[in-house]
Design a protein around this ligand. Structure first.
Ligand SMILES: Nc1ncnc2c1ncn2[C@@H]1O[C@H](COP(=O)(O)OP(=O)(O)OP(=O)(O)O)[C@@H](O)[C@H]1O
Ligand SMILES: [Mg+2]
Length: 201
C-alpha cells in the first residue's frame, strides 16, 4: 500500500478516530465486521492494521473468518497453521503467528476449516487467546465473518473492546445495517464506528 494515497489517508483518519473514540480507555482488541458477504471487511481490516503499524504500534491481525478466509491470500501465506490450530490446542498462539513484510504487523491466519466454527470461537480458549494477544500487542485487529450469515462474530462481540461496522455504499441496505447493529448491540458489542466502503464502479 502506498502510504501517501487518498485511501491510506482515509484509514489514518479512521485509525485516529479509534484512538479518540476511546474516552481515555484503550481500545486494544477490535472486531471488523459488516452485515453481509463482500462488503469490504477484509480490505478494511488490512488497511486499518497496516496504518496502525505505520504509526509505530505492534499489531496482530487475525483471520477470524474460518469459513471463508482471506488474509493468507493477501500476505502470500497458507491458512494453516493458524487460529483453528490454536483453538484445537494443537499449537500455542506464539507458534502459530507469522511475521509480515510490514514492520510491526504480525499475522494469525485462519487455520484449516473446521465443522464447529461457532463453538470454537465461543470458547474459553478463544477468550484466553484474545487476552494473551491484548497483553502482547498494542492492537489486535480481527477480520470477522458477516454478522447476518452466521453467529461467529456475535459470540466474539463481548470479548473485544470495540467493533468497527463496515457498510458498503450502494450494497448494504438500511435494513441490513440496522439488523447488524442491533444484533451486535444485543450480543454486548461496543460499536465504536461505522466505515463506509465505497467501491469504484
Ligand atoms: N474500496 C474498494 N474499492 C474497490 N474494490 C474493493 C474495495 N473494497 C473491497 N473491494 C474488493 O471487493 C471484494 C470484497 O472485499 P473484501 O474481501 O474486503 O470483503 P469482505 O467483506 O471481507 O468479504 P467476505 O464477506 O467474503 O469476507 C474484494 O475483491 C476486494 O478487493
Ligand atoms: Mg473477508
Amino acid at each position: 500500500m502506498n502510504p501517501s494515497n487518498p485511501i491510506a489517508e482515509q484509514y489514518r483518519t479512521i485509525r485516529n478516530n479509534i484512538q479518540f473514540a476511546a474516552d481515555g480507555r484503550t481500545l486494544r482488541s477490535l472486531i471488523v465486521t459488516s452485515p453481509a458477504e463482500g462488503d469490504g471487511k477484509s480490505t478494511a481490516a488490512i488497511n486499518l492494521a497496516v496504518s496502525m503499524a505505520q504509526r509505530g504500534e505492534k499489531v496482530l491481525l487475525i483471520d477470524i473468518n474460518i469459513r471463508n478466509p482471506m488474509l493468507h491470500k493477501i500476505f502470500n501465506s497458507q491458512t494453516s497453521p493458524g487460529l483453528s490450530n490454536v483453538l484445537a490446542n494443537q499449537l500455542s498462539l506464539v507458534e502459530a503467528i507469522q511475521l509480515t513484510e510490514v514492520e510491526g504487523l504480525e499475522l494469525l491466519t485462519s487455520g484449516l476449516r473446521q465443522q464447529n466454527t461457532t463453538d470454537l470461537l465461543d470458547s474459553k480458549v478463544m477468550k484466553e487467546l484474545i487476552e494473551l494477544a491484548e497483553s502482547r500487542y498494542d492492537r489486535v485487529v480481527m477480520d470477522c465473518p458477516p454478522v447476518l450469515t452466521a453467529p461467529d462474530t456475535n459470540v466474539l462481540a463481548n470479548k473485544c473492546d470495540g467493533v468497527v461496522l463496515v457498510l458498503s455504499s450502494g450494497k448494504s441496505t438500511h435494513v441490513e445495517a440496522l439488523e447488524a447493529k442491533q444484533a451486535l448491540a444485543f450480543a454486548g458489542a461496543n460499536i465504536i464506528g461505522a466505515l463506509l466502503n465505497k467501491k469504484k464502479r
